[in-house]
Design a protein around this ligand. Structure first.
Ligand SMILES: Nc1ncnc2c1ncn2[C@@H]1O[C@H](COP(=O)(O)OP(=O)(O)OP(=O)(O)O)[C@@H](O)[C@H]1O
Length: 238
């Protein structure tokens, strides 16, 4: 069974003269432990597709199955699934600069139900921060870290709830080459825990390290190829 299966997804923003058909009839599956890269020109709909698949935007039409079950429509249920199932990594990191690394990384755990106690939240944050090599920075304010270190904090936050799927939108756009490479290595290493990765990127070096590359064009899927040389995870079906 695919972890995520989208059939005929469409998204329209606005109404009347402001109406934008951002996605048209997109069908895509993501297998367990699979890394899929979305590529395509600016404005072709990559972020919109990530937001639909990551349940942060409602679909206009189409079907989305999460582990074989239709994605919930009630916001409360969607929020719970987001917290339990997904990890999110953004281009601009979305780190709270004035907070410590620990406080940033525990954010996704604040919303889990049943609630996780403070001590356990901190312990999980510590493990996640250590897994990205930043154990020394746990009590530092995020503002004191470099761009690459902040992106590693964002990765720790994306994996602290042990997500089944990590959704990353241009995770390396603001980074230099060496740091970008390191961040992608970290991101893809989540497959070893059975997590799937869905990443929108303009960078062919990121795409070539994923198991599958899906090319988008003008709100639709244009082409798809598998990368025989990508270090594969434990895929379910596609
Ligand atoms: N909130 C919104 N309201 C109206 N139109 C939007 C909104 N968000 C995106 N769009 C439009 O939908 C289309 C797809 O945008 P999207 O951000 O998904 O593209 P993208 O491929 O991620 O682009 P980029 O690579 O530049 O991030 C674009 O035409 C964009 O202008």
């Amino acid at each position: 069974m695919a972890l995520l299966r989208a059939s005929g997804l469409s998204k329209t923003y606005g109404q009347g003269r402001l109406r934008v058909e951002a996605l048209r009839e997109v069908s895509l599956s993501v297998g367990v432990g699979e890394a899929v890269a979305l590529m395509g020109p600016s404005g072709c709909g990559k972020s919109t597709l990530l937001n639909l698949l990551g349940l942060t935007l409602p679909v206009t039409s189409g079907e989305l199955l999460v582990r074989g079950e239709p994605a919930p429509t009630r916001e409360r249920d969607r929020a719970r699934l987001r917290n339990e199932f997904f990890g999110y990594l953004h281009q601009e990191f979305a780190i709270v600069e004035s907070d410590t690394v620990a406080a940033n990384v525990t954010i996704p755990l604040e919303y889990t139900r049943p609630r996780i106690g403070r001590r356990q939240r901190l312990e999980r944050a510590r493990r996640a921060v250590e897994s990205v090599g930043l154990g020394w920075a746990l009590r530092r304010r995020a503002a004191e870290l470099s761009g690459g270190e902040r992106q590693r904090v964002a990765i720790a936050r994306a994996l602290v709830n042990e997500p089944h799927l990590v959704i990353a939108d241009e995770p390396t756009a603001a980074l230099d080459l060496a740091t970008a490479r390191e961040i992608v290595t970290l991101l893809l290493s989540m497959r070893q825990r059975g997590a799937s990765i869905l990443v929108a990127t303009h960078d062919p070096r990121v795409a070539e390290r994923c198991d599958r590359v899906v090319a988008m064009s003008d709100g639709g899927l244009a082409a798809e190829r598998t990368n025989p040389h990508a270090a594969t995870g434990n895929h379910g079906s596609t």
